[in-house]
Design a protein around this ligand. Sequence first.
Ligand SMILES: [Zn+2]
Length: 591
Amino acid sequence: MTALRVLGIALLLLLGVGVVLLRWVAPDEAPQSLVFVGGEIITMAEPLEVEAIWVKDGLIQLLGSRSEVLEAAGREVHRVDLDGATLMPGFIEPHTHPLATALLGAAIDVSGFRHESRAEMMATLEDAIEGFTPQPWILAFGWDPIMVPQLEPPTLQELDALSPDKPLVILTQMMHEAFANSAALREAGIDRDTPDPPAASFGRDENGDLTGSVLEVNAINYLLRAVPALPPAVTALLLRWQFADYARAGFTTIGVLGVVGRAKDPIGLLQSLAADAHVPVRTVVYGLPQHLDVEAKPEPMYEARFAIRGVKFWMDGSPFTGGAAFAEPYEDTDLTRERMHLAPDRMGPLNHGLEAFTTEFGRFHRAGYQVAIHTQGERAVQRVLDAAASVLAEHPWPDHRHRLEHNALITGEQIRRAKALGFELSFFTDHIYYYGDRLAEIVGDRVDRYMPVGTAFREGHRATIHSDNPATPIGPLRVMRTAILRTPRKGHRAIGSSERLSVDQALRAMTTNAAWQLGIENHRGSLEAGKAADLLILSRNPMETPPEELDSIEVLGTWIDGQPVDTRRASRPNLGLALRALTQLTTPSHQ
Ligand SMILES: [Zn+2]
């Protein structure tokens, strides 16, 4: 039996269960005119709290006291009793990668979220590969030398022993390094003479032989191009399930910061899903340069659940692979030397020369694309701001809102300069939660200014926080709690406590500021008359919950355009897609 047949049977089961479920629990379409009362309502606007909100035809009509809203809405309006729950604007994730997550969901999980040691990870790999025979490529995800102690990278010999004939690829948690066995390298056409792609490399030993290590985005893409694509409807179904996961976590909109993941036409795929009025989240997309037409930027369609907003670049890599372009060398410690295999004076490379990047940045800037750039180290931030300063001097665009992403070690001065140039900042605060206990071994004293989101707020930025899923799990309430408390999962020492956010700031980061960065602030992000009714219902009011308990708050539901979102895997549209997936799986060309 092939793996695709197994997937086919799973889909068939889903379909069967789905049909039964649909008969009993299919949520009704909500009436077009609704008043929410009986709970706490946080608007994230002025006034901050109201008693009631009236929604009609997907738009917010009126907010205010219970009596005034009910009177204005008239007798025929349908009342929704919140029953003590809290209603607020749907969360907005400013930076995530749904296609990568959807496809990696089918990979073997070797992550530090589930494994404590190398032995456990290798056992998981062995078990999975043993029971996994017919899959054309074996993919594993989550190798994590920072979270898992004493984690030596797998050698090519080990990878070949795990899977002698079939291609095997293990992707690290931060997705900036992969390990490939000989079969995978062969299928991808990578040998000792293959030149390194720009800003990336294939690991080689002192004799020039490949080690199986594949470092940074361009090299990983080169390798993964050889993985056979899934039938389109299967990819679409996995993506729909992924969208439902975001909705269950409380998101109503997500920013897709670089559509990474193997699919024929990734942007077209996202767009086709969003054409369905029942898609569980709205997507705002930043494409890779090669996927975009720089001559013709599409106008965003705010009524649709999809918009192409910008372009994504990577100026440096991950702090956890030695790829972040710091201004001072990485710390020289057991972790950096023995586990990360960094030379003692390692600074991390820049991916683009100043002149070349200025040209590329300028092309997209002039075409009206918002430009978002991955920048972790100070030198990466510097290079982007230098390029932007010269482009902006010749082609001013006061409201460009270009974005710097992650910003591990951006300095206070750079934060001020970014503000002056009109840049917005988004921070990957989950580094503190998942890696905080090891950060000092990588950056030393610089840990006190790691992910300086508090400074960004003080300097007047509309800053946001993100989880960069699949780099870390989806969890907006955990992300907010970490930004507020700055305490890691292991150990109790807070990381850079002067960079803490207030609860109000964290909520703004996740709603109004994220809407601003995605360019949808006139339509979403807060509850105000005339805006779309994109709503989130929580079991407790986050403003009155102690921050350490924030992620115990339950998401009771999300609404988009005044309609409840169906977050079940066996939702009605998913069943149609499952049927198509089945058809494609049983078509010989896909076998
Ligand atoms: Zn990312």
